[in-house]
Design a protein. Structure first.
Length: 402
């Protein structure tokens, strides 16, 4: 009898525990469902379409180049005596770069000065002889032939003095050429020669100097864009361009279109364009491949929503709107889509409430609750904590609804 009573008591206790456990699981499931929009309202955020000016742009691959590049060479033959700069250094126009051995040119300059002084003395003597003979010719004390010879000698001496002065100028120039200065401001390339090396006039390349700011950007566009490009002003917003990384992820600089080539490439139907872009921060480099984004117009008073709010459907594009507490499908006509914006031509007004970002379990006619900015900040942290536990279960159901 005692054994039957014990077994009955154990059965009752087991049944009570099962009921309690079932109730707890049911409550937990109800809360989870309510949180994700199964049983209760789905919490959403909304944005209102904005009216703004949307630029019209076209993108193309481009290459940067320096508008001024100089290969520095010596104008005289000599020996390199001093390198005043380092490879990769930024220099100013007129800054000293290299020095050649100047002793031979200093000696040549001194020799030219001495010769000029000697020939000037000879010229003065010859002119004095002519002046002394001139009154004696009329008195027949000096023959005409002797006088004419003295005049010719004086003229030859004056010519020699002029030649000596030119030689002196050349000697000064050659001495000046022993110091090589930067013809432009820019950045130096690799320097291969060091002091002691022989340098040949107009042959030996010492370094390449490139202007770094501003730079030129060269790119091509289809000939179908030619009429729009030719209509661009020489300055202003239209015709401006942005230079981005090759993968178009970061803007590196801004500039303006400067040149449209005078012909279309018949091989591929493109026209070459060239712009100037500022490079004060040195992020751009000659020879670098970039993406060029050229602005050729704008849409004024455009109705804009985030590009991610627009979804493709079987009957065209649509957005989810909030109407009477429901997520309602609203067909829209999109006239332009940029990286992050969609221009709506038809289907929305500036007062509409568009659901964005889209929850994973959004579906037509789902009951929704709009999250206010204050409530959003209050629940942001708990939602983040729960995401690691619920994300694995949320994705399949969301995919089925979408």
């Amino acid at each position: 009898m005692d054994g039957d009573t014990g077994r009955w008591t154990l059965r009752v206790a087991t049944a009570v525990c099962a009921v309690l456990l079932l109730g707890a699981c049911s409550k937990s499931s109800e809360q989870t469902g309510r949180r994700h929009g199964f049983g209760g309202a789905l919490t959403v955020e909304v944005v209102q379409p904005k009216i703004e000016t949307v630029p019209l742009t076209v993108s193309a691959s481009g290459t940067l180049s320096s508008p001024h590049s100089v290969t520095v060479t010596a104008q005289i033959t000599g020996q390199l005596s001093k390198v005043w700069v380092q490879a990769g250094q930024t220099v100013a126009a007129g800054q000293r770069l290299f020095s050649l051995e100047a002793a031979p040119d200093r000696a040549a300059l001194a020799q030219a000065r001495a010769k000029l002084k000697g020939d000037e003395a000879q010229a003065r003597y010859a002119e004095g002889q002519v002046a002394a003979m001139k009154p004696l010719v009329a008195k027949l004390y000096v023959t005409r032939q002797t006088f004419d010879q003295a005049v010719a000698t004086a003229q030859a001496d004056r010519a020699q003095v002029a030649q000596d002065r030119a030689a002196l100028t050349t000697a000064r120039l050659n001495l000046g050429y022993t110091t090589l200065r930067a013809p432009i401001a820019g950045r130096l390339g690799v320097i291969d020669l060091q002091a002691g090396n022989a340098v040949q006039a107009n042959t030996t390349a010492l370094v390449t100097l490139r202007q770094m700011n501003p730079l030129q950007v060269n790119f091509t566009l289809p000939q179908s864009m030619l009429s729009k490009v030719l209509a661009l002003p020489k300055s202003g917003v239209d015709g401006s361009l942005a230079v981005l990384r090759e993968n178009a992820t970061q803007v590196l600089g801004h500039g303006h279109l400067e040149v449209v080539d005078n012909g279309v490439d018949s091989g591929n139907g493109t026209v070459t364009l060239q712009g100037t872009v500022g490079n004060a921060d040195g992020k751009l480099w000659p020879g670098q491949f970039v993406t060029v984004r050229l602005r050729f117009g704008a849409i004024d008073h455009a109705l804009v929503v985030p590009a991610g709010a627009v979804q493709p459907g079987q009957n065209g594009n649509f957005v989810y709107m909030v109407k009477a507490g429901k997520a309602v499908v609203q067909p829209v006509t999109v006239s332009l889509t940029t990286t992050d914006k969609a221009v709506i031509a038809k289907g929305l007004s500036a007062s509409d409430s568009v659901i964005y970002p889209l929850p994973a379990r959004i579906r037509p006619n789902a009951t929704v609750k709009v999250l206010t900015p204050g409530a959003k900040s209050a629940v942001a942290k708990p939602d983040t904590q729960r995401s690691s536990h619920t994300s694995e279960r949320a994705q399949p159901a969301g995919a089925a609804h979408s």
